[in-house]
Design a protein around this ligand. Structure first.
Ligand code: SF4
Length: 424
């Protein structure tokens, strides 16, 4: 049996895939080590969303080859770019073939030509990953994937080439994994996919119904719902708002809008209008004025005019969105947007800087109601300088000087900062 080092890049869905890879290989009596040096084999679980992680992957592949270290490349990069010559003589494990990881590990260690069999290890046939064993990589946080793929085809997106069309996992398997995780001591559950709002639309159900099913489970734990596009929420909005009042669900809605301009959204092929996003945010805030809304914005999308960008700034300012994940536009090969006329990097940087400055002001303003707040938090992870990072029910980040990881504790906020609250 081998000593394996697993490196994961990208989103929580990719981390869930790494937990499946770990579960299958532990079941096959392999051992995971904490560094490449100790490892006989390295598995690189890759991300294709932006060019940087892909370039880092290529550099790591070159280095490992130089060091004659055996390695496997898994994840979205080879899945979305299977014909790339770079992978012609590299063992690759596609996102739909995680169940074959043990077979590929043994073939790679044996230096068998079969390890390069792309047909076997790079299938495009999606399958329910919850049928396979999984092993949590965090002491008390469980990541549960809900569906692979999505119903959209955004013009800039490379992930679509890897994850494909919507394939919702069986709600009974999700519920079993959820209950098992809580019985095994999980305190935080991340429900994740490329678009949780699309969950179940290929199975005559939806995310609100799935949440109701999962939250029948009693216990002291918190659930974070992963990002949902604005596209389909209107179909079950009232149900979803109702279930968001459940005490075990973080009052946190991550809903990427990407731009405040309808003409840019059309070029992105996002499939919704700005007004839809505004209505959803207002409806959730009407039900819970303190709910934490997070969104994503791409700055400098091809064809985005000054007026378009101004609409984005106005949208974020008008809605006072406290959490904004800002990305500079990144051209991905093989996407429709690759053929659009590109902005220069100086302009893209200028726009992302302007949005970051606005975001910081709004973030600090939005923290004011939390001054002197007192209540229960879940202590989630270690922070800097011997601090601990906790989350309250509105998923506000609260920094503590003392506490026990994986427990709930009562705290009082003393100071507020743009991106966190502190008890000291
Ligand atoms: S919703 Fe759009 S951006 Fe997200 S994975 Fe699907 S195609 Fe890509």
């Amino acid at each position: 049996m081998a000593k394996i080092f697993l490196h994961t890049s990208g989103c929580s869905f990719n981390h869930a895939d790494s937990e499946t890879i770990t579960g299958i290989l532990l079941r096959a009596h392999h051992q995971f080590v904490a560094s490449e040096d100790e490892a006989e084999l390295v598995i690189l679980n890759s991300c294709t969303v932006k060019s940087n992680p892909e370039q880092r992957l290529h550099a790591t592949m070159r280095r490992l080859s130089r060091e004659r270290k055996k390695f496997i490349v898994a994840g979205c990069v080879p899945q979305a770019d299977s014909a790339n010559k770079l992978f012609s003589h590299v063992p690759v494990l596609g996102v739909n073939a995680l169940d074959k990881v043990d077979e590929l590990v043994n073939l790679t260690l044996a230096e068998s030509e079969q390890a390069f069999n792309k047909e076997l290890f790079l299938s495009s046939t999606q399958q329910d990953m919850l049928r396979f064993p999984s092993s949590r990589l965090h002491p008390f946080r469980e990541i549960i994937p809900l569906n692979a793929g999505c119903l959209s085809s955004c013009s800039y997106c490379k992930t679509k080439d890897a994850r494909g069309d919507l394939f919702s996992y069986d709600p009974r398997l999700i519920r079993n994994r959820f209950r098992q995780a809580i019985n095994d001591g999980a305190k935080e559950i991340w429900l994740t996919s490329q678009d949780t709002g699309a969950y179940g639309l290929d199975r005559e159900t939806n995310i609100a119904r799935l949440l109701s099913l999962l939250l029948e489970k009693e216990g002291s734990f918190r659930v974070r719902l992963g990002m949902t596009n604005p596209t389909y929420v209107h179909r079950f909005q009232d149900e979803l708002i109702k279930i968001f009042s459940h005490p075990s669900l973080f009052k946190f809605l991550h809903i990427p809008v990407q731009s405040g301009s309808n003409s840019v959204l059309r070029r992105m092929k996002r499939g919704y209008r700005v007004e839809q996003f505004v209505n959803i945010v207002k409806a959730f805030r009407k039900a819970d004025p303190l709910i934490t809304i997070a969104t994503d914005i791409i700055c400098g999308f091809p064809g985005e005019t000054e007026k378009d960008f101004d609409e984005t700034l106005k949208l974020i300012d008008k809605l006072e969105i406290p959490v904004v994940n800002i990305s500079k536009f990144y051209l991905r090969p093989g996407t429709q947007a690759e053929h659009f006329e590109q902005h220069n990097s100086i302009l893209i940087k200028k726009r992302s800087t302007a949005l970051a400055a606005l975001h910081k002001k709004i973030a600090l303003r939005s923290q004011q109601p939390w001054k002197q707040w007192q209540g229960s938090v879940l202590v989630c992870e270690k922070g800097k300088n011997n601090t601990l990072i906790a989350r309250n029910d509105w998923y506000k980040q609260i920094i503590l000087q003392e506490g026990i990881l994986g427990t709930f504790q009562e705290v009082k906020v003393k100071t507020v900062y743009p991106f966190d609250l502190r008890t000291f």
